[in-house]
Design a protein around this ligand. Sequence first.
Ligand SMILES: Nc1ncnc2c1ncn2[C@@H]1O[C@H](COP(=O)(O)OP(=O)(O)OP(=O)(O)O)[C@@H](O)[C@H]1O
Ligand SMILES: [Mg+2]
Length: 598
Amino acid sequence: MNELSQLNKYFWHYKRHLASGIVFVVISNLFGIFPAQVIRYAIDFVQDTLVVNAIFNTPEFQPFYSSALTKAVLLFSGLVVILALMKGVFTYLMRQTIIVMSRLIEFDLKNDVFDHYQHLHIGFYKVNNTGDLMNRISEDVSRVRMYLGPAIMYTINMVILFVMVIITMLSVNPLLTAFVLTPLPILAVLIYWVSRQINQRSERVQEKLSDLSTFVQEAFSGIRVIKAYNRIPERELEFTELCNGYKNKSLDLVRVNALFMPTMILLIGLSTILTIYIGGQLAMEGKVSPGNIAEFVIYVNMLTWPVASVGWVTSLVQRAAASQKRINEFINTPADIVSPSDTSFELKGNVEFKGVHFTYPDSGVRAVRDLSFSVSPGKSLAILGHTGSGKSTIANLICRLYDVHEGEILVDGTPIQELNLDGYRDQIGYVPQEVFLFSETIGNNIAFSTSSENISQERVVEAAKDTEVYENILGFTEGFDTRVGERGITLSGGQKQRISIARALVKQPQLLIFDDCLSAVDTETEERILNNLKRIMKDKTTIIISHRVSSVKHCNEIIVLEDGQIIEQGSHTDLLSKRGYYHEIHEQQQLEIMNAED
Ligand SMILES: Nc1ncnc2c1ncn2[C@@H]1O[C@H](COP(=O)(O)OP(=O)(O)OP(=O)(O)O)[C@@H](O)[C@H]1O
Ligand SMILES: [Mg+2]
């Protein structure tokens, strides 16, 4: 329950909704109780009239009795209808305040959770899978909303109704009240049990459903691999199996769900019978009037749903508490890479690593050791090395996706941790090794990197030209408005890479980092792109990470990494003359090119 106390601040924020909601609950319940009393009056009046009529059964009084009776009954009926209408109006207002409040809080909560997610550490996304994160923001938040809205509303309603109805009932006859209320606690316990069963079973249905969606999602995104390896029949069998699991769990749920209404109706019936039987006996003894019995039957019916809701609400609250606990786990995970200041600054593009060591916290892999190098504006630095040698790690560190443990990274002479992070990231262009395109138009994918809404079409076109993808884009029927499909499935590997590069160039960054993003481009196109880069990045800093000598040979400085350490450093010609590792790779790649040409 403690978990739910995190939500109090939201209640406080919407206190007006809540307060007026409570007032509406009270009024709507008052209008619920009045009709019962009117009906008691009506029945007693009719009965008294009939009794009087029986005593003074004379022809001259007959018309007077019938017209009085008709008028009175019409009046009472009219009153009941008006009261019911009033109850309706206030019930509507009650929902309009409390349920609306719950939707508003749900909105705030979703935004808060999403905002927090975005600020969390990259490592966090490695540990928690996407499905889980998605569930917390959708499924868990909805469950919490059930507590914020229905659970709170029914609890307030139940408490107020109980107090009002029971006081009224006791004032009529305490003995009858006691008998009538006996089945209700049993009802509450039974409903609690049934709701728990329903919840547990729906949870299982939900799990099966999420297995199913994960499977289907993978089947679609991995369709090329599935087709290529001809795994379609097996996938179909697996799918049928998963569907079977889902179906069985759903049937389990239906079985318990079907019990819900009959249980309620049975217990309401029991209460009603008790009311009539005990009430009848008391009426014969003259302790209550027949009108009172009718009144009690209405009260019993009024109480049933709130009593049933105790069980239901209890299980709602338990579920909400479990969900809120999961949400809190994330909300309370501190965002450890934070910006220390908001002061804006002009990035010049000087990057310096001083004895940097870095170990990935989640895997414990020591990716970079004692790394020192620097690059200044107008210069280009290349990083070359075997797979797993720590190249992307350096890019991650420069973007401050992680903080280093030992040594320091200086940007324009200032430790990277002291920079305004948003301002810094706004001025760097990073092309990650794995291309990610949004299911959007090509134009929007390129313009994505800048926050200025009205980035000119010319700049997008220019970036596309600089990355040699312009002709390709024009080849599509809709040009820049072509939608790329989920994760760019409609584009070739090289096209995707170049769009991803254009995205970095369009923001005209002061520092550009290319993480192996020319690997799917042929050497001629690569040469052209690198030439364009030289022009664009004239006074700016470029860092190019690659496996290929062809990508790095024009850079001012090349560092060769092995196992997170620099083993060779210098310009292309320096390194060739050293006849070391770089020279070896160069020879190998030359040979490959020559073989390919043969
Ligand atoms: N996010 C991560 N979490 C944990 N360990 C990681 C992570 N990323 C990389 N590593 C580990 O760090 C080491 C260096 O990886 P890195 O990605 O920097 O290599 P790389 O030189 O870019 O390789 P490639 O050329 O294949 O891209 C590897 O041993 C890898 O297993
Ligand atoms: Mg890499």
